[in-house]
Write a protein that binds this ligand. Structure first.
Ligand SMILES: NC(=O)C1=CN([C@@H]2O[C@H](COP(=O)(O)OP(=O)(O)OC[C@H]3O[C@@H](n4cnc5c(N)ncnc54)[C@H](O)[C@@H]3O)[C@@H](O)[C@H]2O)[C@H](O)CC1
Ligand SMILES: [K+]
Length: 483
């Protein structure tokens, strides 16, 4: 059984919406699930009181009331102001109740009136006052409703929707049990839970979506200096574009990007958005190590590998750097080939490897299979072996930290153009620099990269370049923020 956190609900609901599963469907399934559990446990022909608040927990209560009304006598007590019923879905279900003759409705705005209520004769009381949106101790008039319901503990059956209202404070409904949705939650303790599914498909465990991205971006700071510094180490006598693309993409997210390159190729870069740090020579070599480690200390995360080349001294440099670097790292491109010669350098490090299928084969001596589940299992196994995160790029990107796995399906065939992998490495590095976990950084980085690709494709068709893709990163972020 996988435990989720309440904050995950936010992520799933957005990802579900992306798949076309509406909040209406989720609320309908939630309310129907509550009604089903009640009838299974206590039978039919009962007198049932449903106490609803003005949030979506209350909305689930409205739906449950309608389902229960078919074969029971139901009274709905709305606690609070009708005009404050917040969401469209809850309001819709409330309006339906108002059209029903066989459901009695009472609106309770006044605590004094609630204190006088007589609920004797009800077999079941459904508590849909407060759910996952609870902030602090219950306030009036909800508080009085909770106290009123508790007068009937042991006399009527008390069934809470999602969680006992008031939880986690001590002013909470003394529920016989709560009907909780789809997954048990880490925060739910010391009350009995019955879990009902509300229509999330298996994709919700694994598919990276706008919910993951939005949650990750929302955690950014609002002030300069709060959004991280990234160091990109790459470039060689033969390449300067790759580390530039990684840096450019990252510069839309983090506050500062240091681009460390050998001085020769660095001559070709001039971009005021980046802080260029040239190092003597045509290629990186072990003599640069101390200076680069010093630079890494100033950064929150490091991307190493784009365009770094395969000179013998460079591969030595990469391995030595990885071994000694104390920051979370993204290791990409030729950096992967250097590390492949001694995976031992990764021991104890925090890192994301970003191979495509060919580089994966060089790293682990095995070709990734075609099927998603087989691929995911292999990536998970290898991530566990090396103690880090692997992002295997492909038409579906597969990401694992050795425990769980994710996959991403944004992007398009136009992205086979050179350099899109460098953009991806930069994005993952930027998300690491914000302080996200390597699994989240890799997952959301892949999502944003593919999304930028889909946005640029809408403008240009499939013939675009990686720089054009990188320049769509702000639009991709905006799309996520507005989703
Ligand atoms: N994916 C799912 O699991 C689904 C769950 N559903 C249900 O939705 C609720 C969460 O709904 P939300 O509207 O976010 O919050 P609440 O209903 O808990 O309440 C918000 C409401 O209450 C007021 N409020 C907050 N704190 C207090 C307080 N201490 N005292 C008094 N009033 C308070 C606040 O102002 C708001 O107006 C979840 O639990 C599920 O039941 C969906 O229906 C389906 C998807
Ligand atoms: K509740």
């Amino acid at each position: 059984m996988v435990l989720m956190r309440i904050e995950d609900v936010y992520v799933w609901d957005l990802n579900a919406k992306w798949l076309g599963i509406t909040p209406y469907q989720l609320m309908e399934n939630a309310g129907a699930g509550v009604a089903r559990v009640i009838e299974e446990r206590f039978g039919r022909g009962l007198r049932i009181a449903v106490f609803s608040g003005t949030g979506n927990n209350g909305g689930d209560g409205f739906v449950a009331a309608r389902h229960l009304s078919f074969e029971n006598d139901v009274t709905v007590f709305l606690v609070g102001d009708e005009a404050k019923i917040r969401s469209e879905e809850a309001r819709h279900n409330w309006e339906i109740l108002k059209r029903l003759d066989f459901v009695e409705i009472k609106v309770l705005k006044d605590s004094a009136y609630i204190k006088e209520l007589d609920l004797s004769g009800y077999d079941v009381i459904v508590d849909a006052l407060l759910g996952a949106g609870t902030k602090g101790e219950p306030r009036e008039p909800v508080r009085s409703a909770i106290e009123k319901i508790n007068e009937y503990a042991g006399k009527a059956k008390l069934v809470s929707v999602d969680l006992p209202s008031g939880y986690p404070s001590n002013v909470r409904v003394k529920a016989d049990f709560a009907v909780t949705f789809q997954w048990d939650k880490e925060e739910y303790k010391d009350f009995e839970r019955v879990i009902v599914k509300i229509g999330y498909p298996r994709e919700l465990h694994h598919l990276v979506g706008p919910g993951d991205a939005k949650f990750t971006l929302r955690k950014r700071g609002k002030h300069k200096g709060q959004n991280g510094k990234l160091l990109v180490v790459g470039g060689s006598s033969s390449y300067y574009g790759a580390p530039y693309l990684a840096s450019k993409a990252a510069s839309y997210l983090v506050d500062l990007v240091y681009l460390a390159m050998p001085a020769e190729p660095a001559k070709r870069i001039s971009d005021p958005d980046l802080i260029l740090r040239p190092f003597l020579g045509e290629n990186f070599s072990p003599e640069h190590i101390n200076d680069l480690l010093g630079l890494a200390e100033k950064a929150d995360a490091v991307v190493i590998g784009p365009g770094i080349g395969l000179a013998k001294e460079t591969k030595e440099f990469v391995r030595e750097f990885v071994k000694r670097c104390e920051r979370p790292m993204v290791i990409d491109a030729d950096g992967l080939k250097a590390v492949a010669e001694d995976l031992g350098v990764l021991e104890g490090k925090t890192f994301v490897l970003t191979p495509h299928a060919g580089e994966f084969n060089i790293l682990f001596g095995v070709k990734p299979p075609e099927g998603l589940l087989e691929r995911a299992e292999l990536v998970r196994e290898k991530a566990l072996e090396i103690g880090g995160v692997i992002l295997l790029k492909g038409s579906y990107d597969v990401i694992s930290d050795g425990k769980t796995w994710k996959y991403n399906r944004t992007g398009n065939t136009g992205m086979t153009t050179g350099g899109t992998g460098d953009v991806l490495a930069g994005l993952v590095g930027a998300l690491l620099a914000f302080g996200n976990s390597p699994l989240r950084s890799a997952s959301v980085g892949a999502f944003l990269n593919g999304l930028a690709g889909d946005i640029v494709k809408e403008e240009f068709g499939e013939n675009f370049t990686a720089l054009e893709l990188a320049k769509r990163v702000p639009k991709a972020i905006k799309w996520v923020e507005e989703f």
